[in-house]
Design a protein around this ligand. Structure first.
Ligand code: 44T
Length: 852
């Protein structure tokens, strides 16, 4: 036997590898073959596993197999998605990204899944990465803009542009550090600004934590760019998970934070501070007279807050939170039962309900009427852990408020003063010249009850699940207490509140419907989004549909009768006694299918998905004499959503298809044109899709507000720090959810037609259009707000700008403002990519003017 152990090691290794190679190669090639075969057989799961094996064993095939691998991944994850195997789906993406970490298509697609699942922050991160890899990748760009708009990121621009706020925080931090607080933790650091203030003020140790991945990465970039990467330790975690000494070596003497939302507690500041006092902060200063070294005690900036409230009347709030009409289109909706917006702080706890929504009262369309003076709802000391802990168990506080002006009680509005220290505070009040929104606690059930100046309003203030809750419970009038929170009580007490639906027949139907489904009308309610509620209250919209549908049906009837008359009746000819088929593919809750069906002789398909909402539609069908079999729920019959627009049965074609073309936020719905061309193929001769056409209108404006919300403005560094270029990467060119009627801006032109989307004729569409607009006054052109005229047919249209619209508006904000003089002709290059609009502007006859 030769001396085996004396053999050189590398020789052994080489030989072993050589011996393994054929087997490995064989495995690779047979797996590749299997992958392709499975792909051909549409067995995507197995194909995916084979590809994983191949590409892990033989990375040199990556370029060759990239396209098929992506295709397999997308098909397989689509399947996993449809059967709810979400964890598996994300595992597949993780594995794919391990193989192709810089593949922008995979990153973008994973972002889309994340977004759909509600992980917006992570989704934004993926779209952002995809865009960084390929800045001209339009899909990722469109996705990123949509997500960036969804995130609360806009606040960061507002905050960083709010010089008053920045300076006050800086001064308070500086004072604290100079008085001896030399170890600092910034909770929810965002861009890192407060942590950097502490460092600049001379703090020896600064820590910061941030739970959002996107913001954490941004903070790291900013801190590095400002030369502080060695001196501020940033952690990607929620402060509640932090421990001493694992995450920070010892307790700190100062916590700085601005984790507050419009309702003060919505970002969890109470839990964060209770946890910080127990685990991260040095003990608080004891008595006032007792001297303790500042560096040995802990404190918090802000030191506390005072919360204010006020009752108000606002039609805008009302129409988003309760039903204000008794008829929608041709339908009586008394039998609908109780419909509620998902915002309520009723005494019965319900997880799905937000206790408040937010509005900037100064920009509320139609304004608001204060019904009481502002009152103090709560005082809280952030430096007193017992007080923080006691908040949830505090007794419900009842406040009696004299009504100062008569009106309908629509909401309680809340704002606060944030006391940074003994000297300095910030206010989020509606009168202040600040950008902050107020919290709105809508009132659901006043049944048209009107407050009078001699009344007193009874408001309950409490704190549950660390949310501040305000509830108007009763009105005191002439020594009587009239409850506002319980409808049954109201009826029992025989109080004077009128019934808004004095239709006994409909009431009876409603009662019957409730009996049949064994539901009590007071306990069981159907939840609608605020925008769905506003849609129901939008009479013009439904009336327009009613007229357009009736017109179409009578045209089709005439056409059919003509045909019947002309043809001498072979079996396949039109039979006018046949039902017409109508499909409503609106997103969310829609009554359009029922409105169509109420025309008689129509079979309508609704896309309403939620069981409770379907029940409402069924009840309404019954009470409006629509035969049960004439209303179907499309998605109940569908295995996969892909088949969405397939016709109901082979021999029937759709007479009308209703598409939901504009999102509440003011943007054209994604994939609208694809849906429209699919829908066109499914129409019977003479049938129509609604809308037939959309005309985009816009206007040139100067608006500083829009600039402040879109990017950190000016060349000046923020508090001396270089932050703007980093956060401004998240700038989006299109602003959404605007109220153009109350936007502070100067109009620089009349409104103009920007674009036409013909949904009935795709050949008439273009993706680029040059529009010339005459400036009517001089100013800085900063933005072009836009809205839509939705043409149901050639004559009937609805505008998304109308007063009772459930839509908001959007605006393109130019990267560089353009100085215009009255009379200038401004050229707008309007582009539509998929459903995203972009606009650039330049002035005619001024050579050298840069395009935006
Ligand atoms: N609110 C301004 C500031 N976070 C933004 O991920 C202030 C709004 C404002 N990170 C009225 C008045 C004002 N641990 O990036 C976010 C968020 C992060 C945390 C780690 C935690 N426990 C948290 C909690 C939140 O902090 C950042 C800021 S919170 C967003 C508020 C005059 N309306």
């Amino acid at each position: 036997m030769p001396n085996a152990s004396a053999r050189p090691k590398h020789g052994r290794r080489t030989r072993r590898r050589r011996r393994e190679d054929p087997a490995r190669n064989e495995l690779v090639s047979s797996s590749l073959e299997s992958a392709q075969q499975c792909l051909f057989n549409q067995d995507y799961g197995t194909a995916f596993v084979h590809y994983l094996l191949v590409l892990n064993l033989a990375p040199m095939f990556k370029d060759f197999a990239r396209e098929s691998f992506r295709f397999t991944l997308f098909k397989w994850t689509e399947e996993l998605d449809s059967v709810g195997r979400i964890q598996d789906l994300f595992d597949c993406y993780e594995q794919a990204l391990e193989l192709f970490p810089a593949d922008e298509v995979i990153l973008n697609s994973m972002g889309e899944h994340l977004f759909r699942m509600g992980f917006r922050d992570e989704a934004a991160g993926h779209f952002h990465k995809a865009l960084k890899l390929r800045p001209d990748y339009p899909e990722a760009r469109e996705n990123f803009y949509r997500v960036a708009n969804w995130l609360v990121e806009r606040w960061h621009f507002l905050m960083l542009n709010d010089h008053g706020r920045n300076r006050k925080y800086q001064q308070a931090i500086q004072k604290a550090v100079q008085s001896g607080c030399n170890t600092v933790l910034d909770i929810g650091t965002g861009t890192g600004i407060l942590g950097m203030c502490a460092k600049k003020a001379g703090a020896a140790e600064v820590y910061a934590c941030e739970l959002s991945k996107t913001m954490y990465e941004l903070a790291c970039e900013v801190v590095t760019a400002n030369g502080m990467d060695g001196s501020i330790k940033i952690l990607h975690m929620k402060s509640l998970e932090m421990e001493v000494p694992k995450d920070i070596p010892h307790r700190v003497s100062l916590v700085v934070t601005e984790t507050v939302d419009a309702g003060l507690f919505g970002e969890g500041i109470i839990e964060s501070l209770i946890h910080a006092w127990h685990h991260l902060l040095l003990p608080p200063q004891r008595g006032e007279n007792e001297f303790q070294e500042t560096s040995a005690t802990g404190r918090v900036i802000p030191a506390g807050a005072t919360v204010f409230g006020m009752a108000l009347e606002s039609l805008e709030i009302r129409r988003h939170h309760r039903l204000c009409v008794s008829e929608v289109g041709s339908l009586s909706i008394a039998a609908a039962g109780e419909l509620r917006s998902p915002v309520s702080c009723s005494p019965e706890p319900d997880d799905s309900m937000e206790p408040y929504t937010t509005e900037r009262l100064s920009r509320l369309p139609g304004g608001y009427k204060p019904l009481t003076e502002p009152f103090t709802a709560l005082n809280i000391d952030f430096n007193n852990v017992q007080e923080l802990e006691g908040l949830s168990s505090r007794e419900v506080q009842q406040i009696r408020l004299p009504v100062t002006q008569g009106g309908e009680l629509d909401a309680l509005a809340v704002w606060f003063q944030l006391h940074l220290d003994e000297e300095s505070s910030l206010s989020t009040g509606p009168q202040e010249d600040t950008c902050w929104e107020q919290a709105i606690y809508p009132v659901h059930s006043t049944n048209g009850f009107v407050l009078k100046p001699q009344d007193e309003l009874l408001v309950e203030v409490s704190c549950r699940d660390s949310f501040l809750r305000l509830c108007s419970v009763a009105v005191l009038r002439d020594g009587h207490e009239i409850r506002l929170d319980k409808r049954l009580d109201l009826q029992d007490s025989g109080n004077p509140i009128p019934n808004p639906n004095p239709n006994p027949e409909a009431e009876l139907c409603s009662a019957l419907a409730c009996l049949q489904t064994d539901q009590s009308p007071t306990k069981d309610f159907c939840m609608l989004e605020c925008s769905e509620m506003a849609l129901l209250n939008n009479s013009d919209y439904h009336q327009s549909f009613c007229s357009a549908l009736a017109k179409l049906f009578s045209q089709l009837k005439v056409k059919c009768q003509n045909k019947e008359r002309d043809q001498s009746g072979p079996a396949d000819s039109a039979d006018c006694s046949d039902l017409l088929y109508v499909l409503d593919v609106s997103e969310g809750f829609s009554l359009l299918s029922l409105i169509a069906a109420s025309n008689g002789h129509i079979k309508a398909y609704s896309s309403v998905e939620k069981t409770k909402q379907q029940e409402v539609l069924k009840r309404l069908a019954r009470s409006n004499n629509v035969p049960e079999q004439h209303l179907e729920f499309w998605l109940n019959h569908m295995e996969d959503e892909q088949g969405m627009l397939k016709r109901p049965s082979r021999e029937k074609l759709w007479s009308a298809i209703m598409l939901d073309c504009v999102e509440t936020c003011g943007l054209i719905r994604q994939k609208l044109m694809e849906k429209a061309s699919l829908a066109r193929c499914l129409l019977e001769d003479g049938g129509s899709i609604f809308p037939a056409k959309i005309v985009v209108h816009g206007m040139l404006v100067e608006s500083d507000t829009l600039l402040l919300e879109s990017a950190v403005q000016g060349q000046e560094p923020t508090l001396g720090f270089n932050i703007a270029p980093f956060i401004n990467q998240f700038t989006v060119p299109v602003h959404v959810f605007l109220d153009f009627s109350t936007l502070e801006c100067r109009h620089l032109s009349d409104s103009v037609e920007l674009f036409v989307l013909d949904l009935m004729d795709s050949t008439a569409n273009y993706t680029n259009r040059e529009v010339k607009v005459q400036a009517t006054s001089a100013g800085r052109l900063t933005a072009i707000p836009f809205w839509y005229h939705i043409y149901l047919d050639q004559e009937i249209s609805v505008s998304t700008l109308s007063q009772n619209s459930h839509w908001k508006q959007a605006a393109v904000v130019l990267q560089q403002p353009l100085e215009v003089r009255a009379g200038d002709r401004v050229h707008l290059a309007v582009k539509l990519h998929k459903s995203a609009i972009s606009i650039s502007a330049h002035i005619e006859n001024t050579p050298g003017q840069m395009e935006q």
